[in-house]
Each structure stands twice: as structure tokens, then as C-alpha cells.
Design a binder for this molecule. Structure first.
Ligand code: BT5
Length: 329
């Protein structure tokens, strides 16, 4: 259920800087005047500047730029995504906490966000660097009613959402490198880690981890990934408001998810292919079975990568990766 705090934030944000009386808030939220006061004090701790006037009520004069449950929910126009948020300054990995919450019945759309991860995870036990206050490090809990074998489609959906936000709202030119990397100018800016708890024919929950480098400058990218990683700031020359970016991602995700649930994967597939990195080109493809040259021809209806090997046959690839060194100039 939506918390009183998030309802209060909603009421204040739609009044956008205008006074709203204590009585009105009390009627809308069914809470006492003293409870309102306490909530206002909590918002002030988060960095909100609130004006309280005896005959007029309350208004917000300044919202903080730091990420918190409250700031992300401030003016957030979603129906279910991010209605419940857990924000931590420091955490080992948002994935781990998200799994715990999901096992404790956290609802669909719950999100864990951190300013910093000390043990951020990539796929296959790889490490994900998550520098404090420099990027988006978050995990979304979903409870989709799809068959478990279709879960990879959600990774591809998430990738198209991130690419859409970068293209349509930030005016960048992203590509998606199968299965889960968002690329700007041949360098990785964002990665996705999808983990699932399921029985044979039913998903209990999925945790989608999103890592995005936002405000790193050149010197802040760790040495060992210097040549293959970048940030939105490095690419655009601009600093970005991380809270607003998270909100944009939530809104775009919710829209795309509804399309997917109502109409299936084909719209997402087309969109994904429009961003596909090196589609139609020869790359080196590593799978558990082999390392071979292949031409990437697109993705299949179930989300698998379609790769044409030298034997001319198109193979469906479910797990593997495109070798960076096979494709970099
Ligand atoms: C991924 O793995 O790209 C998935 C990354 C998911 C991170 C999010 S952050 C929130 C949530 N909580 C977590 O603990 N994880 C998720 P993979 O495709 O395996 O790529 C990992 C590789 O990317 C590493 O081996 C490095 O080479 C490179 N890498 C590590 N940190 C990076 C960064 N910040 N930016 C770009 N590349 C990075």
C-alpha cells in the first residue's frame, strides 16, 4: 500500500510551490495536523525547504537534488513502479537486498536504490563499479505473469527503455550490444543484470538490476575499464540530475512494460533491433560452446540472439557475448 509519506509528497508536488492548508492535507490523507507536522520535519531532514504559515498552510520552496525515497517519489508519474522505494547511501549490492525483499513478499514495482555499491555485481560473478553519487545503481522487483523461459525478454525490454530515455530525452545516440549493454560511442555506459526465482512454469519474482554511469568525468572511470566504459557526462559534456533520470526511466519502463504485457514482445523486438549494435556485421561471438565469427542478424521472438555462422546457418544464441576485441577498431 502506498505510504502516507508518498501520498503527502504527491499532494505537495501537484501543488507545486503553492500553499496548501493543513486542514486540506489532513482531509485528503486522513491524518492529524500533528502527524503532518512530523512528516514535514522528516522531509526537511532530506533537504526540502518547507515554508509553514499560520493561515495559509505549507508549501515547498526548494527540493533537494540528492536521491532519496522522497525525492524520487516527488512528482513521479507512475502507477506501480517506484511506489515503494528503499534507498541506501551505501550497500553491498542492491540485487541482494532486492532478493531479500522479494522473498519477504515485496510488491511488484518495488525498487532498491543506492548512492554507492561496495560489491556491485555484473553477470557471471563479474564486478560492477558503482562510484558514490556518480550513477544509477538500482534493482527493480517484478512479478510478471509470463513463463520463465521468456524472462530474457525483460532484459531486452529494459535495454530498450534505457536507450529510449537516452535518445529521446537526453538526445544521445545509444546502441544496445546484445544482451545487456548500452553503448555510447563504442563504450559501455550501462549494464543490466536480470535474476529470477522461478519454478518450472511460474515466475515467483524477477530482479532487474540497472547500472548506469551518469556523472563520472574521465578520471573517475576505473583504469581497468577506461578503454571500454563511459558516462553520460563524458558523452554529453553535461551533468545530469540523477533523481530526474530515475523518474524518467520509471515512467518509460512502465509504459513499455504495459505494451509488452498487453501486446507481446514484437514491438519491443523491433525497437531493440533499431538500436542493435553491429547488427548485420561480422563479430566474434563467444558462447559456452565456442568462439566463432558470426554475423548478427537480429533477435528472435523469444529474445534469443540470431547469429549466422560461417556455415551459413542461423543459430539462436541464449547465452554468450560479443567479444569487444573482435569488434573494436
Ligand atoms: C552487467 O554485467 O553489465 C550488469 C551490470 C548490472 C549492475 C547493476 S547496478 C544495480 C544492480 N546491483 C548490482 O549489484 N548489479 C546491478 P556484465 O555484462 O557482466 O558486465 C560486467 C563488466 O562490465 C565488468 O567485467 C567490467 O568489464 C565492466 N564494468 C564494470 N563496471 C562498469 C561500469 N561501471 N561501467 C561500465 N563497465 C563496467
Amino acid at each position: 500500500m502506498e505510504s502516507t509519506r508518498s501520498k503527502l509528497i504527491h499532494v505537495l508536488s501537484i501543488n507545486d510551490g503553492n500553499f496548501i492548508s493543513g486542514q486540506e492535507i489532513s482531509d485528503l490523507l486522513q491524518i492529524s495536523r500533528s502527524a503532518i507536522w512530523k512528516h514535514m520535519k522528516e522531509l526537511e531532514k532530506d533537504g526540502y525547504v518547507i515554508e509553514a504559515k499560520r493561515n495559509k498552510g505549507y508549501r515547498i520552496i526548494k527540493s533537494p537534488s540528492k536521491v532519496s525515497e522522497n525525492t524520487v517519489q516527488w512528482g513521479l508519474e507512475t502507477n506501480w513502479l517506484g511506489k515503494s522505494i528503499l534507498h541506501k547511501e551505501t550497500i553491498n549490492s542492491t540485487q541482494l537486498l532486492a532478493h531479500q525483499l522479494a522473498m519477504d513478499n515485496a510488491p511488484h514495482g518495488t525498487v532498491v536504490i543506492a548512492d554507492e555499491q561496495t560489491a556491485g555485481k555484473g553477470r557471471l560473478q563479474r564486478e560492477w563499479y558503482s562510484k558514490k553519487n556518480k550513477g544509477i545503481w538500482m534493482s527493480i522487483i517484478l512479478r510478471p505473469t509470463i513463463l520463465p523461459y521468456l524472462a530474457p525478454q525483460l532484459t531486452l525490454l529494459t535495454a530498450t527503455v534505457l536507450a529510449d530515455v537516452m535518445k529521446k530525452e537526453l538526445e544521445l545516440d545509444p546502441k544496445i550490444k546484445w544482451p545487456n549493454d548500452i553503448i555510447l560511442h563504442d563504450r559501455k555506459v550501462s549494464g543490466i543484470l536480470t535474476e529470477m526465482q522461478a519454478e518450472q512454469d511460474q515466475i515467483q519474482y524477477i530482479v532487474i538490476g540497472i547500472g548506469m554511469n551518469v556523472n563520472h568525468d574521465d578520471g573517475e572511470i576505473p583504469d581497468d575499464i577506461q578503454s571500454k566504459a563511459t558516462s553520460l557526462m563524458i558523452e554529453s559534456g553535461k551533468e545530469w540530475d540523477i533523481t530526474k533520470l530515475i523518474q524518467r526511466i520509471f515512467v518509460a519502463f512502465e509504459k513499455s512494460y504495459a505494451e509488452y504485457i498487453n501486446h507481446g514482445f514484437s514491438i519491443i523486438k523491433k525497437r531493440w533491433e533499431s538500436y542493435g549494435y553491429r547488427l548485420g556485421e561480422k563479430v566474434q561471438l563467444k558462447t559456452f560452446q565456442s568462439v566463432q565469427d558470426a554475423i548478427l542478424t537480429g533477435i528472435a521472438e523469444d529474445g534469443a540472439l540470431l547469429a549466422k555462422y560461417d556455415d551459413g546457418v542461423i543459430h539462436k544464441i541464449y547465452s554468450g557475448e560479443i567479444d569487444w576485441f573482435g569488434i573494436r577498431h
